[in-house]
Design a binder for this molecule. Structure first.
Ligand SMILES: [Zn+2]
Ligand SMILES: [Zn+2]
Length: 808
């Protein structure tokens, strides 16, 4: 039985992998480098408008950070915008709004490939590089220009190193640091500005602002200082530049209010772009900017400040201003305001060039003289072609799609048959079937996918209602369960459409002292196990370490903590590092976290060993407690008290399941399944890449980190609630000698759910593959589904549980 279910699971994972391989294929790109298409003689002899480019990418620089009065502290840049030496734009950043795909867009002008968003996380991948693809970087290299690069090392993974005459990469994945990462870029700037004759293109990519966002949201108290730091760098570059230098300051994408990005909300897609040059004041500034007074006083909820353009428009604009052919795969349209920098003859040629080049991407031939009557018509046509090209981003591999779906359908049939055999036509079978169908059908509607937390709320409360009808004598238990569910629901924002100010999470964030007393109570009331001396001592140590670490982490992030907790953390950090400097908290984070992990592992091993020797029964309890501490350790601090609600809910459910449902393995598994999804969403998770939490993936990780370890910890911190509710079944199902039977029943339940809902999801992706939201809504959902199956079902469900069952 167990072997068969495992084989089915592997079968299912293979099906998902094949489907994903067909759904996220490599995009077909036009090979080779572009050459001038129109009047190439005239164009090759023309003098470029600028001869030096400084590109300053400030990661996650949202439009309002630069243009809006209450948010922006780019004071010097505001005065440049007012004088007309700088032209500001809101540049639409095509989702997935993650650095790697955006850099591809900014340099090649092409539309993104969703797979890049995943490759952005999976480092060291060579399939995402741009050695072969045409880009403005490559065009500069072809024209023998010298390029220097300092900043986010994603650039160095994208382009061959020989493209750069001098470079230094900073790591983009160490999100907890936002000072050093930028100093490492800035320290190169003075030297480069002194020796400007040595280079033609200088690229700087700053990550600090993005890291601040991930850590503290868009309104973090570190933002103003970071804006000013960046503003000062722009001022230095500007003051050292001459008339023939173009400075472009831009964000690769924006962020939402929580400081995350990846999705398609207006905050994430609205990046700032500013073109700066001393030359610009001789020309007419963009109309919108002429009418506005900078910084702009009125907040714009859709983040559209000044003129809105596409981020990829930078590509043909640079090609035009620096006089080289527009990169082959670009879908950009020249920023129209910049055309006035060209002389009249060249202006028409450059527009024709852009027009022809867009047509060649569209792969339709048009006669050379069938062009356009006037500039307005040309721009209208080009915008039309652009939006058409942006919509049809990829070619799917249909063989893979059908094969993947086919295999999944077959394994679903087999799984259903096995389920019927085990559950017969009894209640659990119909319950799991109903839940799977509801969730499966919901994947056809984009709003249902975005707001999936609502579905789980109705399933969970519906389940409580059913159970209370079935066991009417358990009124108070059901009431407790309902209250817990309601508290959990009110804790975090979930879904992608609404943002509530008054969730418990936000309220606790505004009242840090109360929050920390609650955290203290939570950690010690859940962490301390009574019983024998050994488990008491080991859980005491783990709880203390967990608490001290979380407080230290909060202090490093400049959160407020009660004074006595500050002193406790200070003393503990002193003991750990022996240091009395101001950086003692920061220095202790890594050793503290490592010490915590070692003690945790040690206590589990000791407990298992003692249990083996004395054949005592309570090991599961202490292992579950240790693991709960690990989950708390990997959670954001405002979510820690949520574990009190989890614990109360767990106790009530256990009583109910044991006393009224005879510890039934199927019904226990269904309860666990519903709660895994319900709590995942109400922990702050969504089906968008934007809510992937990176800030808890670096505990105990030093500068030379291991990507696999960080990846594992990232999964761990994002699946904290599902892991908790997966562990919940252990104490009910794995205590007696029926444990292997229960184990396979449990896996069968999850398998049925994943197959049925998965078939529907894959079918939805297939049918809706040309839907407007396919990249922003359905593809991320598919990624979550795949991640859930691999991490929760394979890693946690099998690889973690089997050894535990063997030893217990
Ligand atoms: Zn970025
Ligand atoms: Zn980021």
């Amino acid at each position: 039985m167990m072997k068969r279910i495992f084989a089915l699971l592997i079968f299912q994972l293979v099906a998902i992998s094949i489907f994903c391989a067909g759904f996220f294929p490599q995009k077909k790109v036009l090979k080779g480098d572009a050459t001038f298409l129109v009047e190439s003689d005239l164009q090759s002899k023309a003098k470029p408008v600028f001869n030096k480019l400084v590109l300053v990418v400030i990661d996650a620089l949202r439009s309002d950070f630069v243009f809006e009065e209450s948010k922006s502290h780019f004071f010097h840049l505001h005065s440049l915008l007012e004088q007309g030496n700088a032209w500001g734009f809101t540049a639409f950043s095509n989702p997935p709004t993650v650095t790697l795909p955006r850099l591809k867009g900014i340099t090649t002008g092409s539309t993104p490939n969703f797979l890049d968003a995943i490759l952005n996380v999976a480092e060291g991948d060579s399939s995402s590089n741009l050695n072969e693809q045409d880009s403005w970087i490559k065009q500069f290299v072809n024209y023998n220009k010298t390029i220097r690069f300092f900043g986010d090392d994603t650039w160095l993974k994208l382009f061959p190193l020989e493209f750069f005459d001098e470079y230094e990469g900073t790591n983009s994945f160490f999100v907890s640091d936002f000072e050093q990462v930028d100093h490492n870029v800035t320290r190169h700037v003075p030297e480069q500005l002194m020796n400007q004759e040595d280079w033609d293109v200088l690229i700087l990519h700053y990550l600090g602002l993005d890291h601040i966002g991930h850590k503290g949201g868009s309104e973090s108290q570190f933002m103003p200082a970071k804006h000013q730091e960046m503003d000062d760098i722009i001022r230095q570059i500007y003051e050292h530049s001459d008339d023939d230098t173009l400075i472009c300051v831009m964000g690769d994408h924006g962020m939402n209010d929580n400081g995350n990005h990846g999705g398609s909300s207006s905050g994430e897609t609205s990046a700032a772009m500013v073109l700066i040059s001393k030359k610009l004041q001789n020309y007419e500034m963009p109309t919108q900017q002429k009418l506005a007074q900078l910084p702009i006083k009125d907040t714009n909820p859709s983040y559209q400040y000044l003129t809105s353009i596409q981020q990829v428009d930078l590509v043909p604009t640079l090609a035009t201003l620096f006089n080289f052919p527009i990169p082959k795969n670009s879908v950009g349209v020249i920023i129209r305001e910049t055309l006035q920098l060209l002389d009249d003859k060249l202006l028409t040629v450059k527009v024709q060039e852009n027009f022809q080049q867009l047509q060649s991407v569209k792969r339709t031939h048009i006669d050379a003289d069938e062009g356009f009557e006037n500039l307005d018509a040309a721009f209208q046509k080009m915008r039309d072609v652009q939006s058409e090209l942006m919509r049809s981003a990829t070619d799917y591999n249909y063989d893979f799609l059908y094969l993947g779906l086919g295999i999944l359908l077959v394994s679903t049939m087999v799984g259903m048959a096995a389920g019927l055999k085990q559950m017969r036509f009894e209640k659990p079978f119909f319950i799991i079937l109903t839940i799977s169908l509801i969730v499966g059908l919901s994947s056809f509607g984009s709003s249902f996918v975005e707001e999936e937390h609502q579905i789980w709320w109705w399933i969970a409360t519906g389940g409580v209602l059913l159970s209370s009808l079935y066991t009417p004598d358990k009124k108070s238990t059901h009431l407790t369960i309902l209250i817990c569910l309601r508290i959990i629901r009110g804790w975090n924002n979930s879904g992608q459409k609404h943002f509530y100010e008054n969730t418990i999470f936000e309220i606790l964030k505004r009242n840090p002292i109360q929050q920390w007393y609650l955290n203290f109570f939570t950690i010690f009331s859940l962490g301390l196990l009574q019983g024998d001396l050994l488990s008491f001592l080991s859980t005491m140590l783990i709880s203390m370490l967990c608490f001290v670490y979380k407080v230290t982490w909060a202090i490093v992030n400049r959160e407020t903590v009660p004074d006595w907790m500050y002193q406790v953390a200070l003393k503990s950090c002193f003991i750990i590092t022996g240091s009395v400097t101001d950086d003692v908290f920061e220095e202790s984070l890594v050793p503290l976290a490592r010490f915590f992990f070692k003690c945790l592992l040690g206590s589990i091993v000791v407990n298992l060993g003692v249990a083996k020797l004395t054949s005592k029964k309570s090991t599961l309890n202490s292992i579950c407690t240790s693991l709960t501490m690990l989950l708390i350790f990997q959670s954001p601090s405002s979510n820690i008290p949520l574990f009190l609600a989890y614990n109360t809910l767990r106790k009530s459910l256990t009583t109910l399941l044991v006393e009224n449902y005879g510890s039934g393995s199927f019904i226990t598994s269904i309860t666990s399944l519903v709660l895994q999804y319900f709590t995942f969403f109400h922990f702050g998770g969504t089906n968008s890449i934007a809510t992937v939490d990176l800030s808890n993936a670096y505990h105990g990780v030093s500068q030379n980190y291991n990507i696999y370890l960080v990846g594992f910890m990232m999964c761990l911190s994002n699946f904290v609630p599902p892991i908790y509710w997966s562990i919940f079944t252990w104490r009910i199902l794995y205590n007696g000698n029926q444990k292997w039977n229960h184990f396979s029943h449990n896996k069968l339940t999850f398998f049925m759910f994943n197959c049925i809902s998965g078939c529907a999801l894959l079918l939805a992706c297939l049918i809706l593959r040309f839907h407007l939201f396919i990249w922003s809504v359905f593809s991320p959902k598919l990624c979550y589904y795949a991640a859930w199956n691999i991490f929760m079902n394979l890693v946690i469900g099998w690889i973690l549980e089997i050894p535990l069952l063997l030893m217990n």
